[in-house]
Every structure is written in C-alpha cells, then in structure tokens.
Design a protein around this ligand. Structure first.
Ligand code: URA
Ligand code: SF4
Length: 215
C-alpha cells in the first residue's frame, strides 16, 4: 500500500520533518509534481489549518496556500479574528495531483483519493504531534477524511467544536486539542455570483468558532 511512514524520521523537529518530506516517495504523486509542499508556520502555533493539497501555484512556489484559494483563506482568517502568526498552514496531501490538459500546458487539479490521503497522513500526524495545537481546522472534505476517516461529511459536521480524533494508532486524540471543520476556500471561488457571499460568510463564521476556542 502507499505509505509515507518509512520516510518520516523519528524524533525529528519540524525543520527535519520538512527536509525529509522533500524526499518522500510514499505514493506516486511525487513523480509528476514539482516538489513537496510542506506546512508553514511556527512550531508554537495555537491553531493549525489543514487544506487538501497544493494547487498549481503552490506546486510552483513550494509553499501552501499562495494561490487564489490562499487569498480567500487569508482574508477569512483575518476577518475571523485569527492572528495569522498564530496559525500553522498545511495540507492533507503534500504533492499536487493533476491531469495535464490535452492541449496546452494547463494542469487540471484532481481530487486526491483515499489511498493518497492515507499514504500522506503520517506527515500530517507528525506535524500535529509536534505542534500540539489547541485547535485544528479541517478545510473541506479531503482534510476531514484525513482526520476523521472516509465517512466524514463537511455539510453535516462543519462549524462545531469536535473532539480531536485519534490518528492511526495514537491513544485518543493529539493532546487536548479540538477540531473544527469548514468548507474549503476554493468552494467560495467555485460558487456562482449569487452564492459566493454566503459561502464566504459561512467560512468566516466557522473560523470564528475555531477562534473562539483560543480565547
Ligand atoms: N488548496 C489547498 O487545499 N491547499 C493549498 O495549499 C492550496 C490550495
Ligand atoms: Fe509522500 Fe504525500 Fe507526496 Fe505521496 S503525496 S509522495 S505520501 S509527501
């Protein structure tokens, strides 16, 4: 089975983890992407935002949430009263999964599957174990599935404080933290003109729930 575990060093700090992730071959996604996009932020972060996977821009720049979805997320985080310096930003899957357009150079985003989500989870688990945040925010279905399992549904579980689930063999949850789920910021961009404002407001409202945990 696909699995990043053999590449995850034991006893590593975040810097060493990031360097090791650069050489991960735990699933086939490393082959076509430019490189690993690891999480970014302080090890002392009180809140961790978990996205899906890097997009086109993130893959080119090697940093999470630097493209259009990152713009939406940045605004929503500010509006929810979260200090960006307190937030560590990462993804459930750390390589860009895409399909080459038949003509031209455009790379079309493909949603990662359960196998890739499961393969990459050891990186996310290691990040969460080291940071031990007070609150984790799952942005969308892929992050939710990575943290809760395949039956997770954003629409049913968003905007409420949930106990942090155990991640693969851990004893019950990571530290004393909790989890809040919400939509992915790209869902705001995909919404049509009429639905967009409401989608964005929903994202901000859910992030406020997460911010409330910190106060
Ligand atoms: N979408 C994500 O889920 N993560 C990123 O880093 C960028 C876009
Ligand atoms: Fe490793 Fe995750 Fe990249 Fe797959 S997507 S190669 S598991 S870092």
């Amino acid at each position: 089975a696909y699995d990043a575990s053999p590449f995850v060093p034991e006893g590593a700090d975040l810097g060493a983890l990031r360097r090791a992730a650069g050489g991960c071959r735990g699933c086939p996604l490393y082959r076509d992407a430019t490189g690993t996009v690891f999480g970014e932020g302080e090890p002392s972060a009180r809140l961790v935002l978990v996205g899906e996977q890097p997009g086109d821009q993130e893959d080119r720049q090697g940093r999470p949430f630097v493209g259009p979805a990152g713009g939406v997320l940045g605004r929503a985080v500010q509006e929810a009263g979260i200090d960006p310096a307190e937030a560590y930003v990462t993804n459930a899957v750390k390589h860009f999964k895409f399909q080459q357009a038949e003509r031209g150079k455009r790379r079309i985003h493909k949603t990662p599957g359960l196998r890739e989500i499961g393969a990459c989870r050891p990186w996310l688990r290691a990040e969460l174990r080291l940071i031990d945040p007070e609150v984790v925010v799952a942005l969308g279905a892929t992050a939710g599935k990575s943290l809760f399992g395949p039956s997770f549904r954003v629409t049913e579980q968003r905007g409420v404080v949930l106990p942090m689930p155990a991640l693969d063999g851990e004893e019950g949850g990571e530290g004393a933290g909790v989890l809040v789920a919400t939509i992915h910021p790209s869902a705001v961009l995909r919404a049509d003109a009429e639905a967009r404002a409401a989608a964005y407001a929903g994202l901000v409202a859910d992030l406020r729930v997460a911010a409330g945990v910190l106060n």
